[in-house]
Design a protein around this ligand. Structure first.
Ligand code: INI
Length: 161
């Protein structure tokens, strides 16, 4: 068997973060972790763009638009990273917001062929979300960025007869 995996330091490219403002202080931590990880793997800070949206429910539409645009340079985003938190409250709102966000992200990714990474925390409490988002603790933003690089550089072998 031959195995194929991505060297995260060799991927390069352009990345978009889509950040949900509803949980602003938590999302800022996710953004900081993601930015640090991308730069740590050699991505130019100028090639990392962050777009804020009202809440997790709006993330999929922003991701869809970002898969469609091209920069002046002609480049497209190599991957998009959705960041935010949906915290379970006393209402069924949690299930609608978290469910539609996850479904929408998966749909945009499969429809476009662009990796769209689900870096949206779904937790019972705010404290859990804060711990997972903290770049010095759970660092889920960093983990989402590494997943983006891995998928952007996915080494699918070419079959040549
Ligand atoms: N948006 C979030 O990002 N996180 C939440 O926890 C949340 N809750 O709990 O309601 C939330 N709601 C707002 C939603 O994402 C939309 O912005 C809003 O419904 C307008 O469409």
């Amino acid at each position: 068997m031959r195995e194929f995996s991505t060297d995260l330091d060799q991927v390069g490219g352009h990345y978009a973060l889509v950040a949900a403002r509803f949980t602003r202080s938590i999302t800022e931590q996710l953004v900081a972790g993601a930015e640090r990880a991308l730069i740590g793997h050699g991505i130019d800070a100028d090639n990392i763009h962050c777009v804020w949206v009202p809440g997790a429910f709006e993330i999929p539409l922003a991701c869809q638009r970002l898969t469609q645009i091209r920069h002046i340079t002609g480049a497209r985003y190599n991957a998009i990273i959705a960041l935010g938190a949906v915290i379970r409250g006393q209402t069924p709102h949690f299930d609608y917001v978290a469910g539609e966000c996850a479904r929408g992200i998966a749909r945009v990714s499969l429809d476009s062929g662009v990796p769209v990474i689900f870096g949206v925390l779904t937790t019972d409490t705010r404290e859990q979300a804060e711990r997972r988002a903290d770049p010095g603790a759970g660092d889920k933003g960093g983990a989402a960025a590494r997943a983006a690089l891995e998928m952007a550089g996915l080494p699918i072998p070419k079959l040549i007869d």
